[in-house]
Design a protein around this ligand. Structure first.
Ligand SMILES: [Zn+2]
Length: 395
């Protein structure tokens, strides 16, 4: 330990490293303390942090991200991994060399340890400063006043009919490939670039959806994310949204809008799903509209199936729902995720467990199941509109 502290006194570069390490450590401890103290003070966190501090401190990173067509965060990650590995190899080689010559060779390892420690503490601090506090903030429900109450299966069936018909209408203007699955000629980057448009429209109904948004980037590590069963990510430590583009084109728009919800400070997964749904169907891009209704329908139908199989089957046989087309899209999407799950069963299980633990650690009691709670929000949102919507008098 003494050697470690003496190491920092040697020259100017090491003194600067010591200053950065000290600052990072204080920032990490202070932000963690604020995170703990913020529990139960949602209104204060919302008005001071989420609405004022969070948009200001995340804007520079988001602006830098907006300048590049690829994920800056992933490139930085690759660079860090290469540097760390080279540093380790260099230190090891030096240690062997000095060992052969019977000289002390701990300096290289101390240097590497100091850099790794500084980067680790900086990233840990970023996690709290750039977003974890939003888990302590007011939820979308609390900000907008949307009231979630228990629903009857009849209501859920009505919602499924409504979403299925909307998805059918939206799907009818899109192009199918040879297998009858929805496709799009645009590049992944161009599709994702359109993701911010729906927020401007949606913010007329929900002003809290207004804000500086930078469209998510297609993930360089999409294959790895698919193995981990991850559709998109907003890593918080670097506030850039990334979307897995191995997923079908009719899924990525909804995922992109979900990740954008996190950029606005809404941390809860069910709410990010609901905001993603609202922003996707408000987009004037037809692919986004289908993606929103398709995903909303998919979540609602899964829930209906778990409560009432007959009602679920009745919705599928509704003459105004393109059950064949939508099922083809669903089967295609499932086949992609299942193939990667089979390819990397251990990784996908670990990833799901990590995500579940992460959400529970942030006070989301039902972990990854919380994604499906968006159905309760859709029910609450459409409650007053449903009968008219299903009979066709509402558009
Ligand atoms: Zn999310």
């Amino acid at each position: 330990m003494k050697k470690f502290f003496e190491f920092f006194k040697k020259n100017r570069v090491r003194k600067i490293l010591a200053a950065v390490l000290g600052f990072s450590l204080i920032r990490l401890l202070a932000s963690f303390a604020v995170y703990l103290l913020a529990a139960g003070h949602g209104s204060f966190v919302r008005s001071v942090y989420t609405e004022k501090i969070f948009p200001v401190i995340t804007s520079p990173m988001k602006f830098v991200a907006s300048l590049f067509p690829f994920s800056v965060g992933e490139v930085l990650l690759i660079a860090a991994a290469v540097l760390a590995l080279s540093g380790l190899v260099f230190c090891f080689a030096r240690w062997i060399y000095l060992g052969v010559r019977k000289k002390k060779g701990t300096k290289g390892f101390l240097r590497l340890l100091a850099v790794v420690l500084t980067v680790g503490i900086l990233v840990g601090g970023n996690f709290f400063v750039y977003g974890a506090l939003n888990y302590r903030s007011l939820t979308f429900k609390e900000v907008t006043g949307i009231e979630v109450t228990p629903a009857k299966t009849d209501e859920l069936e009505q919602l499924c009919l409504y979403l299925g018909r909307k998805a059918t209408k939206a799907r009818s203007v899109l192009t199918e490939n040879d297998e009858g699955v929805i496709c799009d000629a645009r590049s992944d980057y161009d599709i994702l670039k359109a993701s911010t448009k729906g927020f401007a429209t949606a913010s007329k109904e929900f002003p809290c959806l207004k804000g500086y948004l930078v469209a998510p980037k297609p993930a360089i590590f999409s294959e790895m994310m698919a193995c981990e069963q991850i559709a998109g990510i907003f890593p918080i430590v670097y506030t850039e949204s990334i979307v897995n583009v191995i997923a079908p084109v009719y899924d990525t728009p909804f995922t992109a809008c979900h990740e954008l919800a996190h950029q606005l400070g809404f941390a809860q997964e069910d709410e990010a799903n609901f905001i993603g749904f609202i922003a996707a169907i408000a987009n004037d891009d037809p692919l986004y509209v289908y993606s929103g209704y398709y995903n909303g329908f998919s979540y609602a139908m899964n829930k209906l199936r778990s409560y009432d199989q007959d009602k679920w089957a009745a919705v599928w046989s509704d003459p105004d729902i393109d059950s064949e087309g939508i099922s083809r899209d669903m089967r295609h999407a499932n086949s992609i995720w299942d193939a990667y799950k089979k390819k990397a069963p251990v990784i996908s299980r670990i990833s799901e467990a990590v995500n579940d633990t992460y959400l529970k650690a942030n006070d989301i009691k039902d972990g990854t199941y919380s994604y499906g709670r968006m159905v309760d929000l859709m029910l609450a949102y459409y409650r007053s509109k449903l009968p008219a919507a299903v009979s066709g008098s509402e558009d």
